[in-house]
Design a protein around this ligand. Structure first.
Ligand code: NAD
Length: 277
């Protein structure tokens, strides 16, 4: 029961389950990523904004695994949307990770209100992709109108859109738009940072199928076809979140979890978020 991979729109394969490192203190990050790699995770989701790219790279090197057996994603931070800044930021990300190539690089936020258009930013991402130092490029927190504008004004299609998705924010329209345009949806905060785990409907399903609520929610994401990377620094939870490929939810349970949607975000709204560090 190993982790399945999904083919991106350029043929690159991404493991459907990964390990997220947002809010992991750099001092704890080498250990957390080392634990995840020991447990069997082969996909790490970091970002320049998280301040722990060096530690992610260090843990991958220390694991002794061949570089091409671990899929690593990072993201362009909000202060670097202008073309030259974006190219430099990518170089810095590679240097901090200590890698020659990155697997996936994302525009972290569209920042619709700032002076530099995300279209310019995406054209810089296309240059990075053409350089051959990044196997795939994508976006994060883009909504349908942002994606449509990229389709109209640029050449390379984003391989993924990484957005907030969990049982209280199921994102059906945006996920369908992605599916129609060969953009894989990656679900961030897949368990809503723990907020969904006490939901009575999830607790009932978990008890009935003999799994934990976190496993039920992660399994629901996987059966819907999205990529997930739950975060934890606790070995038992890192193991628990990985053990979701030896059971299946029935269609009725998937539908009941879909029905928990309340369009409730835990994070910022991408149409108004313009934070630059
Ligand atoms: P998450 O939904 O993965 O929840 C993590 C928290 O849930 C942990 O801190 C822990 O408190 C708890 N938890 C984890 N496993 C558990 C378990 N088995 N049982 C009980 N509690 C458990 O939240 P997240 O870290 O926000 O999201 C995951 C990843 O998504 C991040 O690490 C990051 O890589 C990515 N992300 C991206 C963006 C973006 O803007 N692109 C934003 C947020 C997160």
């Amino acid at each position: 029961s190993s982790v399945p991979t999904i083919a991106l729109n350029n043929g690159v394969e991404i493991p459907q389950l990964g390990f997220g490192v947002y809010q992991i203190d750099p001092a704890d990050c080498v250990e957390a990523v080392t634990t995840a790699l020991e447990v069997g995770y082969r996909h790490i989701d970091t970002a320049e904004m998280y301040g722990n790219e060096k530690e992610v790279g260090e843990a991958v090197r220390r694991s002794g695994l061949p570089r091409d057996e671990v899929f690593v994603t990072s993201k362009l931070n909000n202060g670097f949307h202008a073309r030259d800044a974006a190219l430099r930021a990518f170089d810095q990300t590679l240097a901090d990770l200590g890698f020659d190539t990155l697997d996936l690089f994302l525009v972290h936020w569209p920042l619709p209100g700032i002076e530099v258009s995300y279209v310019e930013t995406w054209k810089a991402m296309e240059e990075i992709y053409s350089s051959g130092r990044c196997r795939a490029i994508g976006v994060s927190n883009f909504t349908e109108h942002h994606l449509k504008r990229l389709h109209e004004e640029t050449t390379v299609r984003p391989a993924v859109n990484q957005i907030e998705v969990h049982p209280y924010l199921t994102q059906e329209p945006l996920r369908s738009f992605g599916a129609e345009h060969q953009i894989v949806t990656e679900a961030w905060s897949p368990i809503a940072q723990g907020k969904v785990l006490d939901d009575p409907a999830l607790v009932e399903i978990a008890q009935r199928v003999g799994r934990t609520p976190a496993q039920v929610v992660l399994r629901w994401h996987v059966q819907r076809g999205d990529v997930v990377f739950p975060k934890s620094v606790t070995r038992s939870r890192i193991e628990e979140n990985f053990a979701i490929f030896d059971f299946e939810l029935g269609q009725g349970d998937v539908a009941s979890i879909d029905a928990l949607n309340r369009d409730e975000r835990t994070g910022p709204d991408p149409d108004t978020f313009n934070y630059i560090p």
